[in-house]
Design a protein around this ligand. Structure first.
Ligand code: MTE
Length: 312
């Protein structure tokens, strides 16, 4: 991403077998054991996937069709595994995303340490069909399963002094072989202004196409902010921190004049090395015009009075 715009080659995509965790099943088992006062035993080996239950769904936006599952899961940016989009799925196939704990800390009244199983029990999943626009100029339409970040933030009681939310991928070289390489400031971190994080469109996703999130898409839990370029949507999160100052972010630290903090999709603000006026929807032959805020114009009030052309 940092050195050149890559060609998009949806042709020749392949589907490789991966191990998934049967999260829904594990939740049931842990809950039953806990009710009997028995401490759950360590997680058994990963077992084949069952479906995730979602309680509601939004609809496709005008002119959109869902990007096929195989495309979404075989064309990925996940530098912890590979710099090439085409082999992330293969390189991540043995990734172990269970057990997994997320901590919510910093400027909060009630810091939280929660396992992914408990999280799934606590927050009902919604299907959110969102456009995903990468800063490189390609896009997809993905049916995520997740829940709004504001629900989690409400439960930890954010202090008045907090103004930003910082999200970080777990730092663990055994899990993520490329961490520590290429001169990047690992772990991958991203940030949002508190009001952006509290917007109903901002979700933590744990699945797609009603299936548990595959490793290459950010298992077991990732951020999704559909009106921003995809690099804001940090994968495999283990820490969420409420802070006062605007946090440093992975790509901004790497190339400060190319990847801004806000990174709102905007056809009128070119990347320093290419135009953002149009995009290539994976699976479509013709490029299509890029829309301001990726079409999610309801977020415009968040930026009232801000000069949207300045983000570097
Ligand atoms: N999160 C982590 N931890 N590591 C990454 O390399 N890449 C980002 C983002 N989140 C990345 C990440 C980029 S550049 C994009 S475009 C999206 O993930 C890609 O998400 P996808 O592979 O599910 O399409």
């Amino acid at each position: 991403m940092q050195s050149k715009r890559e060609e998009i080659t949806p042709e020749g995509l392949y589907f490789s077998r991966r191990k998934f965790l049967k999260l829904a099943g594990l939740v049931g088992v842990s809950a039953a054991l806990a009710a009997c006062g028995i401490k759950p035993t360590p997680t058994p080996e990963a077992v084949p996937l069952s479906t995730l239950q979602t309680v509601s769904s939004n609809s496709l936006m005008n002119g959109d069709t869902l990007t096929p599952y195989d495309t979404i899961t075989n064309y990925n940016n996940f530098y912890e595994f590979s710099l090439s989009k085409e082999d992330v799925a293969e390189k991540a196939q043995n990734f172990v995303s269970h057990p997994w704990t997320i901590s919510v800390e910093g400027l909060v009244e009630r810091p939280m340490q929660i396992s992914i199983d408990e999280l799934l029990q606590q927050y009902p999943l919604e299907e959110r069909i969102y456009r995903m626009r990468c800063v490189e100029g390609w896009s997809m339409v993905i049916p995520w399963a997740g829940f709004p970040v504001y629900k989690l933030l409400k439960d930890v009681k954010v202090k008045d002094t907090a103004r930003f939310v910082r999200f970080a991928t777990q730092y663990n070289h055994d899990l993520f072989p490329n961490q520590g390489s290429f001169g990047f400031a690992w772990p991958y971190t991203e940030g949002l202004r508190l009001d952006e994080a509290n917007h109903d469109l901002t979700i933590l996703a744990v699945g797609l196409y009603n299936k548990v999130l595959p490793a290459q898409d950010g298992a077991p839990i990732r951020l999704v902010v559909p009106w921003k370029y995809g690099f804001k949507s940090v994968k495999s999160i283990s820490k969420i921190e409420l802070v006062e100052e605007q946090p440093q972010t992975f790509w901004n630290e790497a190339v400060f004049n190319e990847y801004g903090f806000y990174a709102n999709v905007n056809p009128n603000v070119p990347h320093p090395r290419w135009s953002q006026e149009s995009e290539r929807r994976l699976g479509e032959a013709e490029r299509r015009p890029t829309e301001l805020f990726n079409g999610y114009t309801e977020v415009a009030p968040l930026y009232e009075g801000m000069d949207l052309t300045v983000d570097f």
